[in-house]
Write a protein that binds this ligand. Structure first.
Ligand code: COA
Length: 385
């Protein structure tokens, strides 16, 4: 045997798999009833404070929100948040907490670390064997240093970390990036962590969207199969797609101070054209899943479970139906948005984390995200154990 062949045989397998996942859920939850009661109090106060201008036709009266609408239009019944009281206080309607010093762990790092620790524990992984941390989320707490490096430091990982933002698709883009590091031999064990403090970018005073989001953190440990625990998920294939759209947008950014008159502008929070998103994203994602399944030689109708992005129950119903060829039941396409709301990139990972233990070795499924960008990511997996 030549030296090159011996060296190749000694190389690790470079076959990326999912070893384990972790989930941090904030203690506090807000029901639709609580949320609507607070929103409607804000509306009543606003309308009475502006009664003269409304009567004179100079400004429009605000309209009440409704529990029935929220549940029917989105499927959301509650959402977890890191700071419940200020969000429900009609005078604030935003999360609030004490500023943290540079020597204290930041908010995103704190909840990210909690999710990572659970993933490491479930995999039986020693941090000494982890090479990298990718913090993949819709919003970052600061420009730099990267959240991922702070999380890496707190966990005691010797390696590298960086942040990536692909909005609701951040986690699946992170999984493919981690898998590519493993395929290239640049890492053997990578944490993809998605701390989503979406309560910070949500406009809690906007009737059209005030009910959408919730806070959470997830972690996915992507590893070389040779290192992974016996019970893991083979990654059969990953595919990413982006198509520019202004229909989901958040204009907050460090250059906002260059345009001082826009400070406090609701445009610097999450905004969307929900109907357009619904109509444009459903076919884009269904086609992407079917094309990728074909490329991988998989029959989509034989997928045991779909762990779809958790934004809207109606979107998931339509996508699942097109993929599976029939109306999916809860077992085939589990829902977590009813209690978590839309948790951006973490949604499909929460669904996978909470609803995958019952699958048998050989069962195949799909983790799929979609959202702002537009962006979409598919991760086809198969249970091994
Ligand atoms: N309470 C009561 N009524 C409300 C309301 C509220 N909070 N918000 C809107 N409405 C009303 C509207 O005024 C409108 O009334 P009209 O028909 O008299 O004009 C009606 O309900 C329908 O509004 P619309 O915004 O068209 O609702 P929808 O059925 O499209 O549902 C979303 C809204 C946002 C739930 C839905 O479009 C959606 O989830 N889309 C996908 C969004 C998504 O995935 N985004 C990704 C984010 S990352």
């Amino acid at each position: 045997m030549t030296r090159a062949i011996i060296a190749a045989l000694m190389e690790p397998t470079r076959n990326p798999v999912i070893s384990a996942t972790g989930l941090f859920t904030p203690e506090h939850s807000i029901s639709n009833e609580e949320l609507v009661e607070s929103f409607n109090r804000f509306v009543d106060r606003h309308n009475s404070a502006h009664a003269a201008a409304i009567a004179a036709g100079e400004t429009e009266a605000l309209t009440h929100s409704s529990v029935e609408f929220i549940e029917k239009a989105s499927g959301i019944k509650a959402r977890h948040v890191l700071a419940k009281e200020p969000v429900l206080d009609p005078d604030i309607m935003a999360p609030r907490w004490d500023a943290r010093g540079n020597d204290e762990l930041s908010m995103m790092a704190e909840i990210g670390v909690a999710a990572c620790r659970q993933a490491l524990e479930r995999a039986g992984r020693d941090v000494a064997d982890v090479d990298a941390v990718l913090c993949a989320a819709s919003n970052m707490e600061r420009g730099y240093p990267a959240m991922a490096i702070e999380i890496q430091q707190e966990l005691g990982i010797d390696g590298f970390g960086f942040d990536m933002n692909v909005a609701c698709s951040s986690a699946t883009f992170g999984i493919q990036t981690a898998a590519d590091y493993i395929r290239a031999g640049n890492a053997r064990s990578v944490l993809v962590v998605s701390p989503e403090i979406t309560s910070g970018h949500l406009n809690w005073r906007d009737r059209d969207s005030h009910f959408i989001f919730g806070d959470v953190a997830t972690a996915v440990l992507v590893e070389d199969a040779a290192l992974a625990p016996a019970d893991h998920w083979d990654i059969l294939g990953t595919r990413l797609k982006t198509v520019f759209s202004n229909n989901i947008r958040n204009n907050f950014g460090f250059l906002n101070r260059a345009v001082p008159e826009t400070e406090g502008d609701p445009d610097k929070l999450f905004v969307q054209e929900g109907r357009k998103v619904f109509k444009e994203v459903v076919p884009m994602v269904a086609d992407m899943i079917l094309t990728e399944a074909e490329r991988l030689g998989l029959d989509p109708e034989n997928l045991r479970r779909l762990w779809l992005h958790q934004a809207n129950a109606g979107m998931n119903r339509l996508i699942a139906q097109r993929v599976l060829g029939h109306e999916a039941n809860d077992d085939e396409s589990p829902t977590v948005l009813d209690t978590y709301g839309n948790t951006s990139s973490a949604g499909s990972i929460i669904a996978f984390h909470l609803h995958s233990d019952d699958l048998e070795p050989g069962d195949r499924g799909l983790i799929c995200s979609f959202g702002a960008g537009y962006s979409a990511g598919t991760v086809f997996v198969q249970r091994v154990g």
